[in-house]
Design a protein around this ligand. Structure first.
Ligand SMILES: [Zn+2]
Length: 297
């Protein structure tokens, strides 16, 4: 998991070679299809969960892209701002479309987003559970942010784990053991969260940590089958937390937003490294508008 980024393989692959070739043509317009090639190499759609809908949500792959935004959610404010700045592509973590639409009502939030994106020719592309699972994907980003080492998947995919099918969640080791309450303070500070929720003995010694970005409740059983001391995730439910408490382990619920928002800067930086040297340069903007919808009162 800590090897070279998946979009920089040791042995050049045909797709990546073609992408580098395109990127090096400084006067050649960059098409949405070229960026999709890079994104799909970074987070292969085949890694997405069966229920998920990743990839291009709105847009024409043949259209030229000069300006890219990256955000967590394709919400109305984000899409309005991206359109206002003449962005050509908005890359988000969460999909715009989860369920099939029967109609597009432009007096709803979703309808407004669709109407604005189409009117301003803003393409929307989503990297969701495929980014969660990918090598150097969102779970690895969170693990690195929290200082975990010697990472392995929490729940390996059916067969053998490899860098292209690394599985769900991560288990890693802290540089030094600490008590659960100190870990909570450290995690809160590293994620810039106003608060994290903690359960378990505050004095519990924690050395090994498992984590799942987003909503990790379904992975609690997987965590309990490991020897990790504490579990970090978001959106955890009462009985899931009780199960962890009864097992004498620790748990930190950092909130869905704070477990995932770090993808915005990370993906923007990767794209700047790949496309930033072109002339004219492709502008890549990490959206700074998003906040955790929850406040602590
Ligand atoms: Zn999420």
């Amino acid at each position: 998991m800590q090897s070279a980024p998946s979009f920089m393989p040791a042995t050049p692959k045909p797709v990546y070679s073609r992408i580098c070739e395109v990127a090096s043509y400084r006067t050649m317009p960059l098409l949405l299809a070229d960026i999709i090639d890079v994104l799909e190499h970074m987070a292969p759609p085949s890694l997405a969960e069966a229920w998920d809908h990743v990839g291009l949500q709105i847009g024409d792959p043949h259209r030229r892209v000069d300006s890219v935004w990256v955000a967590l959610d394709p919400g109305p404010d984000v899409v309005a701002a991206a359109c206002g700045s003449q962005a050509d592509l908005l890359i988000t973590h969460h999909p715009l479309f989860f369920r099939p639409l029967q109609r597009i009502e432009t007096d709803t939030a979703l309808g407004t987003v669709i109407e604005q994106a189409v009117r301003h020719r803003l393409a929307i592309y989503c990297l969701h559970t495929n980014l969660d699972a990918a090598a150097d994907g969102l779970n690895d980003m969170l693990a690195h942010r929290l200082g975990l080492r010697r990472l392995r998947p929490l729940i390996p995919p059916g067969g053998a784990t490899d860098r292209h099918h690394p599985g769900i969640g991560r288990v890693g080791t802290l540089a030094r053991a600490m008590c659960l309450s100190d870990l909570a303070q450290q995690v809160k500070q590293r994620l810039g969260a106003a608060a994290v929720r903690m359960a378990g003995d505050p004095a519990l010694r924690v050395k090994k940590v498992a984590l799942v970005t987003g909503s990790g409740g379904s992975a609690v059983g997987g965590f309990l089958s490991t020897d990790a001391d504490a579990f970090i995730s978001g959106d955890l439910r009462y009985h899931e937390v009780r199960d962890i408490e009864y097992a004498r382990r620790g748990v930190l619920d950092v909130g869905h937003f704070h477990s995932e928002h770090l993808m915005v800067d990370a993906i923007a930086q990767r794209l700047r490294r790949i496309f930033g040297r072109r002339h004219p340069p492709v502008r890549v903007q990490a959206c700074s508008l998003e906040k955790d919808p929850f406040t602590v009162v």
